[in-house]
Design a protein around this ligand. Structure first.
Ligand code: SF4
Length: 431
């Protein structure tokens, strides 16, 4: 039997895609298998492989892939760039999954600034920077397409200053009215409103969108896939990603995979990376800060950027307090990590700047610490013997200046992932 590919019908913000194929039907790579619902926010979904539809359920389509796979694909129809972006099923590939055409049709962004988010802010992940180093022209061409659609006055690529080679390569191919903005190497410089603040000097409220600053922010891979949709008529069927962690061999603990067919299982990716090395703590889909626990059977989806097999969890204290950040693990994820440490949660505090917005939290000023001493003291008062924090770099620094003095050891939500690749832990950054 051929490899099975799973395509969840909701891989984006908006309504689930509606299946247009039935079980038993033959499909080709690049063929539409589920359509954006008429009139609503959503995205088309295409098969990344040629094969046969094995099952259509309420929430996903499963395709059994043929042994021989074509490199080519069924091409999109039409010439209008915006329509091609919509048809391609493009969504924010940095993790947000917001349909790209909807961002580009907001009236407020006409004539404004296009910001390419190339921060690759999560530690370990490296596929965006690798793609830029390999083919900077593609990103610049994608940016030009978006600028033309929006009649934008400027295009800015926001990238961390540490990525010197990528910056140099981009500088060599930048077009008219384009520039690079260098970001500090701290987390979360890649948060959408942080990018707007750093590049345009506008601090948006938690309820505001970049369009209120006359800007649209697009992840670097999204911009590259826009180039493919418009110039090559290629639907969104492949994804770049980073596979890392406890991999066999202990030499190549962080690996970049280009053009992975969407729908392939997590297990197949770890196999392709050389296989898992014995015991691990958990499998994470996404980056160390914002990723979620996954399984070997789960599929790579449009928003998958990283797959990490973490180090085994340390034994935590009996009682632990949680300090939850808006730009990192949410409370449910923090509780999951506390359980993995074997600790009982005796208190939960949120960073002062973590404002509740609907069911989630958003940071009022991402990455600028408002002070954490009171929160740490409250957790100590609740009976915590240690704290588990998910804070940004700056706030983790502040936590480190007070928690140990109060006799509270500090654990960070990213520890097990970072240990797996021998990356420095998120702790104190200044003396
Ligand atoms: S200031 Fe607080 S909420 Fe904002 S990024 Fe830092 S820890 Fe998270």
């Amino acid at each position: 039997m051929g490899e099975r590919f799973q395509f969840p019908l909701k891989q984006h913000i908006g309504a689930p895609s509606v299946p247009v194929v039935e079980a038993g039907a033959p499909v080709s790579r690049g063929q539409l298998i589920a359509a954006k619902p008429a009139g609503g926010l959503g995205a088309n979904l295409y098969s990344s492989v040629s094969g046969t539809v094995a099952e259509v359920s309420a929430d996903q389509i499963t395709i059994c892939a043929a042994e021989e796979q074509p490199k080519d694909y069924v091409k999109l129809q039409g010439e209008d760039p915006l329509k091609l972006i919509e048809e391609a099923g493009l969504v924010g590939l940095g993790g947000a999954g917001f349909p790209t055409y909807a961002k580009l049709t907001a009236p407020a962004v006409q004539g404004g600034t296009v910001l390419v988010n190339a921060a690759e802010c999560e530690p370990i992940l490296g596929h965006n920077i690798a793609a830029i180093e390999k083919n900077p022209e593609q990103l610049v061409r994608g940016l030009r397409i978006v600028m033309d659609i929006l009649h934008a006055k400027e295009g800015v690529i926001a990238i961390k200053e540490i990525h010197k080679e990528a910056v140099e390569r981009l500088r060599a191919v930048l077009g008219e009215n384009m520039r690079i903005h260098l970001l500090q190497n701290i987390y979360p410089m890649g948060e959408e409103r942080a990018v707007v603040r750093e590049v345009l000097g506008v601090l948006l409220s938690v309820n505001s969108l970049p369009s209120e600053a006359g800007a649209v922010v697009l992840n670097a891979e999204t911009v590259c896939r826009i180039q493919e949709a418009v110039d090559l008529k290629k639907p969104l069927i492949d994804k770049n990603l980073t596979v890392a962690g406890k991999l066999k061999g202990n030499e190549n603990l962080i690996q970049i995979f280009e053009d992975v067919p969407i729908g392939r299982s997590v297990g197949k990716l770890f196999e392709a990376a050389g296989g898992l090395a014995g015991e691990y703590g958990e499998l994470v889909m996404g980056g160390p800060f914002t990723g979620k626990r996954t399984s070997l059977e789960a599929p790579v989806v449009k928003t998958t950027g990283g797959l990490i097999a973490t180090e085994c969890f340390m034994k935590g204290p009996e009682k632990i307090g949680l300090l939850v950040c808006a730009c990192s693990a949410d409370e449910a994820r923090m509780r999951q990590l506390a359980e993995s440490l074997g600790s009982e949660v005796v208190g939960v505090e949120f960073c002062k700047q973590a404002a509740q917005v609907k069911a989630a939290h958003k940071c009022e000023n991402p990455g600028k610490c408002p002070g954490q001493v009171q929160k740490i003291m409250a957790l100590k008062k609740a009976g915590a013997q240690a704290v588990l924090v998910g804070n940004c770099t700056d706030c983790s620094n502040t936590v480190m200046s007070c928690a140990p003095k109060l006799g509270l050891p500090v654990y960070h939500s990213t520890d097990a992932a970072l240990r797996a690749v021998n990356h420095p832990l998120v702790r104190r950054i200044k003396e």
